[in-house]
Design a protein around this ligand. Structure first.
Ligand code: GLN
Length: 551
């Protein structure tokens, strides 16, 4: 079939939920039997978000092929249950790097290189790559930012041209906007939506569908009004009231009738009736009051929960599968260093240290790990969290405060975590870590092997440092088990402690492969241990039911 394209733009304000909307529309199409892929076009000049602070950008989501991408790709993968490819995240930086590289090679000899057509052609070429690389029949393309931003203009121009390139029947534009609520008159306002549609029109794009987000219920006449003023069909206005349950969004969009509208407009015939039974069950399960377990997530970007998006989702998926509600206490590691916020760690029945870089707050994380080890509190360490678990254990087992990772102390006498040999000659910071999917062999009889119930697993990585094998003997004798290894046995992928209910650290990032309907086995095993500790400690306040919120 001819590739169909659906383009998503955002209006009025940023953070309007375009990523989740695109992911949910992708799910609608998958439910109808189509193969879909989603691409994010990011207007910033970095080549990828890998070199950006999570404060700027939230989490960096890593794909199977090692691409470091925008966190929206995490939404796409989780909602649609697909694995995306590096062509699915394009930035202005990549586009310009390609065009300038060609210019230097002489590919355009004699020509003046311009935004139109050279940059826009390169954008269109990259949009075209998605279907080829993924085999998708319907390609969804989300443009980062808000209509009106200077940076996104070349992308919007490329999208405008796509309609005549691929034809009206093969392309569709969805504009996601926000309806502000005026408290004094208790009214929802459509004017900003009208303005952003006008802005989009001035660029030459007429949206076919408007998804109107709001925190308040959207009355039918408002839907009429948006249709009238923005010149779209009434059934092409999708009211989307904020739901406390993130995974409800596909159901909300389905109920609005958008699925059928997309079929009509793109001249498609659904290959099967969408079956939402499993999703409805999932959403009902999220809403059902459940026993609460508390996990302290100790990091340094905890003010911005988006920095740990996939970790949070993975915890929620695992909790759901165990009939639990997980409550996350966000603990700033630098505060722990100052002796503050320890009550949050002490109240929790599990401690999790996620990935991270740089020395700020490192000792605070080690203190939290030390606490979990000594008090037999279930612990899950992800990447940096695994490395610091090794540092804490080495300080104890070797009886020296000197043990460290050379990332934080180059001259430590006990470099239990050290730069990987193939990283030593690398000077560039961008895209040069050990990235993407690698196999891990599980060692029988360990907690990790029991959790996975498999011999070999594939997991996504993003790191420069590794366990220093010179310490396998001494730490092994003291009770550390190397429960996951690379196929050649050289690289420690999972470490755990023998004499502890659950203290497991992974060099990889299991959170990237967790799905709402397929929780990650290590997260499930961790939360199971957390639950057991909660019951054993008999803290009735922890086990009472609570209102649920996901999102
Ligand atoms: N900074 C550590 C490394 O580079 C850990 C990376 C991470 O947690 N993703 O190995």
């Amino acid at each position: 079939m001819t590739t169909k394209y659906i383009f998503f733009t955002g209006g009025v304000v940023s953070s309007v939920g375009k990523g989740v909307t695109a992911a949910a529309v992708g799910r609608l199409l998958k439910e109808r039997g189509f193969k879909v892929a989603v691409q994010k076009l990011d207007p910033y000049i970095n080549v990828d978000p890998g070199t950006m602070s999570p404060y700027q950008h939230g989490e960096v989501f890593v794909l199977d092929d090692g691409a470091e991408t925008d966190l929206d790709l995490g939404h796409y993968e989780r909602f649609i249950d697909i694995s995306l490819n590096r062509v699915c995240n394009v930035t202005t930086g990549q586009v310009y790097a390609e065009v300038i590289g060609k210019e230097r090679r002489g590919d355009y000899l004699g020509g003046t290189i311009q935004v139109i057509p050279h940059i826009t052609n390169e954008i269109k070429r990259r949009i075209g790559l998605v279907a080829k690389a993924t085999g998708a029949e319907i390609v969804l393309v989300e443009i980062g930012g808000t209509v009106g931003d200077i940076e996104s203009l070349p992308f919007l121009e490329a999208l405008r041209q796509m309609r005549s390139d691929v034809g009206r029947e093969n392309s569709l534009y969805i504009h996601v906007t926000w309806l502000p609520h005026i408290g004094a008159t208790d009214e929802l306002k459509t004017k900003p939506t009208q303005h952003s549609v006008r802005e989009l029109r001035s660029i030459g794009i007429s949206p076919d569908v408007i998804v109107a987000r709001s925190d308040q219920p959207i009355a039918d006449e408002l839907r009429e009004k948006i249709a009238l003023f923005c010149d779209v069909e009434r059934r092409a206005v999708v009211p989307m009231v904020t739901s406390p349950v993130l995974y409800e969004v596909p159901l909300v969009i389905e109920r609005s009738g958008l699925g059928e509208y997309l079929m009509d407009r793109l001249g498609l015939q659904a290959r099967r009736q969408p079956d939402w039974t499993a999703w409805e069950k999932l959403v009902a399960e999220v809403r059902r009051p459940k026993p609460v377990v508390n996990v302290a997530l100790v990091g340094k970007y905890v003010e911005l929960h988006d920095a740990y998006m996939s970790v949070r989702e993975a915890l929620k998926h695992a909790a759901l599968s165990l009939g639990l509600e997980v409550e996350i206490s966000w603990v700033h590691s630098a505060e722990l260093e100052k002796g503050r916020n320890w009550d949050l760690v002490q109240q929790a029945d599990g401690v999790l240290v996620p990935g991270g870089f740089g020395s700020r707050g490192i000792e605070g994380k080690i203190l939290a790990i030390h606490y979990a080890r000594e008090n037999k509190v279930p612990y899950l360490g992800l990447c940096l969290g695994m490395q610091l678990m090794v540092v804490d254990f080495a300080r104890f087992a070797l009886d020296t405060e000197d043990a460290n990772s050379t990332e934080f102390d180059r001259s430590t006498k006990n470099p239990v975590i050290d730069l990987m040999p193939d990283q030593r000659a690398i000077a560039d910071m961008g895209g040069t870590m050990r990235l993407g999917l690698y196999p891990c062999h599980l060692q029988p009889g360990t907690r990790a092997a029991a959790a996975y119930a498999e011999e070999v697993v594939q997991e996504r990585h993003r790191h420069r440092f590794e366990f220093n094998n010179a310490y396998r003997g001494s730490l092994g004798e003291a009770g550390m088990l190397f429960s996951g290894l690379s196929p050649d046995g050289r690289l420690v992928e999972i470490a755990e402690l023998r004499d502890h209910p659950f203290m497991v650290g992974t060099q990889f990032h299991p959170e990237f492969l967790s799905r709402p309907n397929r929780p990650h086995p290590l997260f499930v095993a961790f939360l199971d241990a957390v639950r057991q500790r909660g019951y054993l400690a008999q803290k009735p306040d922890k086990l009472q039911t609570a209102e649920i919120s996901v999102g």
